[in-house]
Design a protein around this ligand. Sequence first.
Ligand code: UDX
Length: 437
Amino acid sequence: MKIAVLGTGYVGLSTGVCLSEIGHHVTCIDINKEKIEDLSQGILPIYEPGLEALLDSNIAAGRLRFTTSHREGLKDKDIIIIAVGTPQREDGASDLSYLEQAARDISRYIVERSIIVIKSTVPVGTNEFIKKMIEKECGFPIQIISNPEFLRQGSAIHDTMNADRIIIGHDNKEAAMKIQEMYRPLNVPILLTSIRSAEMIKFASNVFLATKISFINEIANFCQAVGANIEDVALGMGKDKRIGEAFLKAGIGYGGSCFPKDVEALLHTANLYGINLALLKETIRINKSQKELLVKKALHRFGELTGKKIAMLGLAFKPETDDMREAPSINIARSLTKLGAEVVAYDPVAIKNAKGILGDNILFVNAVEEAIWNADALFIVTEWKEFLQLDLPNVLKKMKHPIIFDGRNCFKEDQIRACEFVEYYSIGRPDMIIGME
Ligand code: UDX
């Protein structure tokens, strides 16, 4: 099939690359000239494991192209996929301006057989609104499909090629069948729904997962108070198939480009309908407070943080990405510096993006060793594999004081017990003080 993808962010790019990988001819369109020039030469604007290899091979095979020209990119396409961003507005609502611009661009070049697929995360009712908008401008009836995306950053290719499900929200069977046909080579479960249900599935899924995280974080704090261990508790709960093991990892709160934005956007839509989503409000409150937890623990331990050198390992909102959007590291770094601490941070890939947000407030270094040298305490903020594999006794020797605040529960009890001297504070587990009693 001949496919156009509008927008080359995480979703657009991963979708375009994967669709070309399964044999379609894909043209990705973006208004950012520099990005398109780079992508045409196989240069990625983001860090995403596995993406570059597929990008190169599909460009070489002649199935994947990039352009800034809507005329060239949209001409004569069977399917036009919209994957532009819907960022959060000041009032929490989704900003639909990129989507509306995409609709205007499409209406100039669309042909009658083209089916439009909206992948961007949009509030209920948006697909119908965009359909009307395009029909008004192009002058003939069009088919629109709501096809929300569930891929995660850091595993975008895997998630696309092995999706748990593909949702096709439609009001026309024939158009739905065409989109089903487009995805057929992936051989994953496909669910046909109404357009509004598809839009809601995306939001309900993301806010459920965000709530699951806030739930386990709240239970973690409770475990800490009563001397239980959240890792054992989560495992014991997760073995119940009705609960499931995924997304029960306690930590310092969810971040990223989706959960925080989608929870706010759903609350905003609910308000418009006079619906009170009380549980979601708690999800947000717990998450905000969880992002402050490591700093609170450090304050409790030290009394004050003025002049303390804190080594911070991890900046990205999660491992395998350089994305800093809503990362807990931002709150933590700002709170620490406000309290007079000196923060020295290292991340394998996110330093460039972090500098853009945190500026000169903290010091960025290029290796774990530089960060930990002479540190009063170590904060673990992102669970990169490199940190899970640290030689802890060696790390602790290089610090001024062997004190760890682990926001991601990276180490097991016996790993801590194997250290000669250490104070170890983690999430939802008993504090451990070894060799200093
Ligand atoms: C999420 C959804 O998972 C995906 O389906 C949707 O399309 C986009 O939003 P993403 O933001 O890339 O994906 O990352 P995800 O792996 O879901 O993690 C989100 C945040 O939750 C991260 O900050 C992560 O650290 C946190 N998290 C996740 C936890 O704190 N505990 C968990 O058990 C899982």
